[in-house]
Design a protein around this ligand. Structure first.
Ligand SMILES: [Zn+2]
Length: 128
Protein backbone atom coordinates (compact mmCIF):
# COMPACT_ATOMS: atom_id res chain seq x y z
CA UNK A 1 0.00 0.00 0.00
CA UNK A 2 2.85 2.37 0.81
CA UNK A 3 3.87 3.13 -2.76
CA UNK A 4 0.52 3.91 -4.32
CA UNK A 5 -0.82 5.76 -1.30
CA UNK A 6 2.26 8.00 -1.21
CA UNK A 7 1.91 8.55 -4.94
CA UNK A 8 -1.71 9.67 -4.53
CA UNK A 9 -0.63 12.12 -1.82
CA UNK A 10 2.19 13.38 -4.02
CA UNK A 11 -0.20 13.90 -6.94
CA UNK A 12 -2.74 15.68 -4.72
CA UNK A 13 -0.03 17.99 -3.38
CA UNK A 14 0.04 19.75 -6.76
CA UNK A 15 -3.34 21.25 -5.84
CA UNK A 16 -2.32 22.61 -2.44
CA UNK A 17 -3.40 26.18 -1.80
CA UNK A 18 -0.54 27.72 0.15
CA UNK A 19 -0.01 31.32 -1.06
CA UNK A 20 1.09 32.52 2.40
CA UNK A 21 3.53 29.87 3.58
CA UNK A 22 4.48 28.28 0.26
CA UNK A 23 4.48 24.99 2.22
CA UNK A 24 2.47 22.65 -0.01
CA UNK A 25 1.24 19.40 1.54
CA UNK A 26 -0.64 16.46 0.05
CA UNK A 27 -2.32 13.63 1.91
CA UNK A 28 -4.11 10.41 0.96
CA UNK A 29 -6.06 8.24 3.37
CA UNK A 30 -7.08 4.63 2.71
CA UNK A 31 -10.13 2.95 4.16
CA UNK A 32 -9.89 -0.45 5.85
CA UNK A 33 -10.77 -3.65 4.03
CA UNK A 34 -9.64 -5.74 1.11
CA UNK A 35 -10.57 -3.16 -1.53
CA UNK A 36 -9.71 0.16 0.14
CA UNK A 37 -11.07 3.45 -1.12
CA UNK A 38 -8.75 6.41 -1.01
CA UNK A 39 -9.42 10.08 -0.44
CA UNK A 40 -6.95 12.89 -0.95
CA UNK A 41 -6.49 16.27 0.62
CA UNK A 42 -4.27 19.32 0.43
CA UNK A 43 -3.61 22.16 2.81
CA UNK A 44 -5.93 25.09 2.17
CA UNK A 45 -4.61 28.34 3.60
CA UNK A 46 -6.64 31.46 4.26
CA UNK A 47 -5.89 35.17 4.73
CA UNK A 48 -7.40 34.66 8.19
CA UNK A 49 -4.64 32.25 9.20
CA UNK A 50 -6.72 30.40 11.80
CA UNK A 51 -9.08 29.29 9.05
CA UNK A 52 -6.32 27.30 7.36
CA UNK A 53 -6.93 23.54 7.17
CA UNK A 54 -4.24 20.86 6.91
CA UNK A 55 -4.12 18.29 4.11
CA UNK A 56 -4.61 15.39 6.52
CA UNK A 57 -7.91 16.72 7.83
CA UNK A 58 -9.14 17.61 4.34
CA UNK A 59 -8.53 14.00 3.24
CA UNK A 60 -10.14 12.55 6.37
CA UNK A 61 -13.16 14.82 6.14
CA UNK A 62 -13.71 13.90 2.48
CA UNK A 63 -13.73 10.22 3.50
CA UNK A 64 -16.09 10.89 6.39
CA UNK A 65 -18.43 12.84 4.10
CA UNK A 66 -18.51 9.81 1.78
CA UNK A 67 -19.65 7.63 4.67
CA UNK A 68 -16.40 5.92 5.69
CA UNK A 69 -15.39 5.51 9.32
CA UNK A 70 -12.61 2.88 9.32
CA UNK A 71 -9.13 3.61 8.02
CA UNK A 72 -5.92 1.65 7.65
CA UNK A 73 -3.30 4.17 6.53
CA UNK A 74 -2.58 7.75 5.59
CA UNK A 75 0.27 9.12 3.51
CA UNK A 76 1.52 12.67 3.89
CA UNK A 77 3.91 14.34 1.43
CA UNK A 78 5.71 17.50 2.54
CA UNK A 79 8.40 19.76 1.08
CA UNK A 80 11.90 20.02 2.49
CA UNK A 81 14.71 17.57 3.16
CA UNK A 82 12.90 15.65 5.90
CA UNK A 83 9.38 14.21 5.83
CA UNK A 84 7.25 16.00 8.41
CA UNK A 85 4.67 14.36 10.66
CA UNK A 86 1.08 15.60 10.94
CA UNK A 87 0.51 18.42 13.44
CA UNK A 88 -0.95 17.65 16.84
CA UNK A 89 -4.37 18.86 15.84
CA UNK A 90 -4.51 16.46 12.90
CA UNK A 91 -3.30 13.57 15.06
CA UNK A 92 -6.11 14.26 17.53
CA UNK A 93 -8.70 14.41 14.73
CA UNK A 94 -7.41 11.15 13.22
CA UNK A 95 -7.63 9.53 16.67
CA UNK A 96 -11.37 10.22 16.73
CA UNK A 97 -11.76 7.48 14.11
CA UNK A 98 -8.66 5.33 14.51
CA UNK A 99 -7.23 3.51 17.51
CA UNK A 100 -4.15 3.09 15.39
CA UNK A 101 -3.26 3.96 11.83
CA UNK A 102 -0.21 3.41 9.65
CA UNK A 103 1.28 6.78 8.71
CA UNK A 104 3.64 7.12 5.74
CA UNK A 105 5.68 10.31 5.75
CA UNK A 106 7.33 11.24 2.48
CA UNK A 107 9.27 14.12 1.03
CA UNK A 108 8.05 15.77 -2.14
CA UNK A 109 11.18 14.71 -4.02
CA UNK A 110 10.71 11.08 -2.97
CA UNK A 111 14.09 10.90 -1.24
CA UNK A 112 12.58 9.85 2.08
CA UNK A 113 9.58 7.68 2.95
CA UNK A 114 9.22 6.88 6.62
CA UNK A 115 6.65 4.58 8.19
CA UNK A 116 5.26 5.35 11.60
CA UNK A 117 1.90 5.10 13.33
CA UNK A 118 -0.74 7.12 15.10
CA UNK A 119 0.12 5.26 18.32
CA UNK A 120 3.76 6.25 17.99
CA UNK A 121 3.08 9.92 17.25
CA UNK A 122 0.15 10.30 19.65
CA UNK A 123 0.51 7.69 22.40
CA UNK A 124 -2.13 9.35 24.54
CA UNK A 125 -5.12 11.24 23.23
CA UNK A 126 -7.88 13.37 24.58
CA UNK A 127 -11.21 11.56 24.70
CA UNK A 128 -14.50 12.09 26.47
ZN1 LIG B 1 -2.43 19.38 10.77
Amino acid sequence: MKGWLVEKAREARKNAYAPYSGYCVGAAIATSGTDPATFTGVNVENASYGATVCAERVALHAAIAAGHRDFSAIAVVTPGPEAAPPCGLCLQVLSEFCDDLVIYLATADGAEVRETSLQELLPTRFSL
